[in-house]
Design a protein around this ligand. Sequence first.
Ligand code: SF4
Length: 405
Amino acid sequence: MKFKFTSNSSDIFNANQVPEKRVDQQSWNDWTWQLRQSYKKKSDFEQYFKLSDFEALAFDEKIFNIRTTPYYAQLADRFQPNDPIRKILMPHSSELNMGTQAQLDPLGERKKKNNPTSRVIHRYSDRALFLVTDICSVYCRYCTRKHFTGHDLAFIKEEEFNAAIDYFKSKNGLREIILSGGDPLTLSDALLEKVLKALREIDHIEIIRIGSRMPVVTPMRITESLVKMIKKYKPVYLMTHFNHPKEITQEAALALEMCVDHGIPVMNQMVLLNGVNNHPAIVQALSRRLLYLRVKPYYMFQCDPSQGTDHLRTTIEDSLNIQKELWGHLSGLAMPQLSLDIPDGGGKAYYVPQFETQATQEKRTFEGWDGVKAEYINPPSQKITMPADIDQYISEWNEIKNNKL
Ligand code: SF4
């Protein structure tokens, strides 16, 4: 089956604009134009949206920064506040309620032990986050990193950049660096290359990941010159963040295909959001379309208890039900891993449906997703032996395990 992705072209924008605001196709397809023309103020949003009272009220209050590209705004319904994309990008007076847990830093990233330099977050032994900018082209209302994102300070200062690179060099057990922020793809090609080059010169760094929502909210950012530049520093993975099938337009599909065609593997991390995508039919539609475009659905996150997000969060029970419904109907390749970040920086907790009904020393009993009941019986008093070549791998393993200590 081939999916038909709709186009978000300048025609739609122009149809909604007074003549002096109309834009040519070339400007529309220029990602810097999209950033320059971002909606930030109430009056910007009113150019396109008919604001509800709840939305209008939010603009008058001090809440998490507000911003969207015209491209992403056009994916939302102009008149319907309940539109899923609109719920992601549009502020709402519900944000004034700080929430049940109301954490500014739900992942504990700013704890001293996890934050060795101002732009490095190091929570796991083999990988660390490098916050290269605090700017995003859209400020998602459920954002988990409100403690850092959205201050519009742009690229890091030279001394912060050097401190981060020195830290990565000093930690021999580090294997992966995740470029994050903010959105690293809001940087120019030249600045991004400066980061990639510095990281590639560190011998023990194997994988670089770029976490970006630009393929979703500003897909014209993915240009041939960008992907050719990134390819030079392979292996680089692109971790993107589609939440809803409506976000996969022709433009987004082209951007994803360009990355994969240039040898950049793409993985998707979605967040389950109340009234946006919290139904198995929507998760499967998103996952199948992404997989068709050679993007691996990777995580399905429980929304973090970030300040002012209660109205967008689902319950864990709702998320488990969605996962259970999908099981058996969505292939392993298309199935994202349901995961929750334990508040206060406790790391990830994975959820899988419970199929085991009984466990003894000899055997375990199961009831599968479609009701099949069966046992797995252990081999008789098996002596567990180590692989004969274990010595070849043990020092590498110890280097990684001891890296964060
Ligand atoms: S793109 Fe990511 S960091 Fe930026 S606002 Fe959205 S969720 Fe937060």
